[in-house]
Design a protein around this ligand. Structure first.
Ligand SMILES: Nc1nc2c(ncn2[C@@H]2O[C@H](COP(=O)(O)OP(=O)(O)OP(=O)(O)O)[C@@H](O)[C@H]2O)c(=O)[nH]1
Length: 291
C-alpha cells in the first residue's frame, strides 16, 4: 500500500505559516494527544523557525491519561512546553493563556523596560487537518471575534480574535500536513480520523487496530468483544465479531466490510475507553501496559 504525500500541499502550508510568523509572538502547535508524533508535521521546527511555541495535546479526553502525562514530559525534555487540553469541552483554556505568558515573560519584560506599552500576546494556531483547530478557536473566541476589516484593494487584513485582554489569535489557523509516507503513521492517522477514510484501505486500518489492541489493551478488547483469547488468524477474529454483531450477508456469510466499519467506529467512539496509539520511546509496535 502506498500513500501519496503531496509536496505541493506542504509547500503551500509552509508559505502560509511563514508569511504570518512576523505577526505573532507564539505558535500554538495543536496535535492529537492519542498520536502526538504522527499528528505533527515532521518539518515543524524548520517551518516555525525560532518562534516560541506551546504544544497543545488536544482531544486529551480521548487519550490514555497516563500516556499523555508521559508525552508532556517527553516534550519538556526537549525544552518544549506541552499541555493537555480538550477543546470540545473547553478544558485547559486558561492554562493556554497562562503558559503563553510564562513562555513570553522575558520578551514582554524587555518590551516593558524599553517603555513599549503593554499589549496582548499574539498567537497563531497550527495543526494537521481535523486535529481540532476550529473547535479550539471557537472555544477561545466565545463571541470576541475582532473584525479588523477586509477592505477591497487593500492587502487582506488579518483578523484577530480577542481572548480576554491577554491574548489575540489569528482567526485563520495554519494547516500543516502530516507525513504519511510511513505506513504506520498513515494507519494511525486513519484510525483517529485525521485522514479521509477513502485514502486508506479500511481493512488494513481495522487489522492494524486489532493487532494494536491485542498487544496494548488486551483486557478492554476481550471484554468488549466477549472473547477469551485472540484467534491467531485475523479472519477468524472477523468471523467471530461478524457473527456476534450480526454483520452478515445473505446465507450467513460474514460481511467483512461491515465488521471493519464496526471495529473502527468502536475505537473512534471510545467504546473501549480512552486509548493512546503512541507512547514516547515506543513509537512503532509499542506496548502500552494496560492497567
Ligand atoms: N473528543 C474531542 N473531540 C474534539 C476535540 N477537539 C475537536 N474535536 C472534534 O474533532 C473534530 C475536528 O475538529 P475541527 O475543529 O473541525 O478540526 P480542524 O483542525 O479545524 O479541521 P480542518 O478544518 O479539517 O483543518 C470535530 O468533530 C470536533 O468536534 C477535543 O478536544 N476532544
Amino acid at each position: 500500500m502506498t500513500i501519496q504525500w503531496f509536496p505541493g500541499h506542504m509547500a503551500k502550508a509552509r508559505r502560509q505559516v511563514t508569511e504570518k510568523l512576523k505577526l505573532i509572538d507564539i505558535i500554538f502547535e495543536l496535535v492529537d494527544a492519542r498520536i502526538p508524533l504522527s499528528s505533527r508535521n515532521p518539518m515543524i521546527d524548520e517551518i516555525i523557525q525560532h518562534k516560541p511555541r506551546l504544544v497543545l495535546l488536544n482531544k486529551a479526553d480521548m487519550a490514555d491519561k497516563a500516556i499523555t502525562k508521559e508525552w508532556v514530559e517527553f516534550f519538556a525534555e526537549q525544552g518544549i512546553k506541552a499541555i493537555a487540553i480538550n477543546s470540545q469541552a473547553g478544558t485547559g483554556m486558561k492554562e493556554i493563556v497562562l503558559e503563553a505568558q510564562g513562555i513570553l515573560k522575558d520578551k514582554f519584560d524587555r518590551m516593558k523596560a524599553k517603555g513599549v506599552n503593554p499589549r496582548a500576546i499574539r498567537a497563531m494556531i497550527v495543526g494537521i487537518p481535523n486535529v481540532g483547530k476550529s473547535t479550539l478557536i471557537n472555544r477561545l473566541a466565545k463571541k470576541n471575534i475582532a473584525k479588523t476589516g477586509n477592505t477591497p484593494g487593500v492587502t487582506k487584513a488579518q483578523q484577530w480574535i480577542k481572548v480576554g485582554k491577554e491574548l489575540e489569535l489569528l482567526d485563520t489557523p495554519g494547516i500543516l500536513w502530516p507525513k504519511f509516507e510511513d505506513q504506520e503513521v498513515g494507519l494511525k492517522l486513519a484510525l483517529t480520523g485525521a485522514i479521509k477514510d477513502a485514502i486508506l484501505n479500511l481493512h488494513d486500518v481495522a487489522i492494524y487496530a486489532i493487532r494494536f489492541l491485542e498487544q496494548n489493551y488486551p483486557h478492554r478488547f476481550k471484554e468488549r468483544f466477549h472473547i477469551e483469547e485472540f484467534p491467531e488468524d485475523i479472519i477468524e477474529f472477523f468471523n467471530i465479531i461478524g457473527k456476534q454483531r450480526g454483520c452478515l450477508l445473505g446465507k450467513g456469510e460474514i460481511d467483512y466490510d461491515k465488521v471493519t466499519e464496526l471495529i473502527i467506529r468502536e475505537i473512534r467512539t471510545e467504546k473501549m475507553g480512552a486509548l493512546s496509539f503512541e507512547r514516547p520511546g515506543l513509537i512503532s509496535q509499542q506496548v502500552i501496559t494496560e492497567d
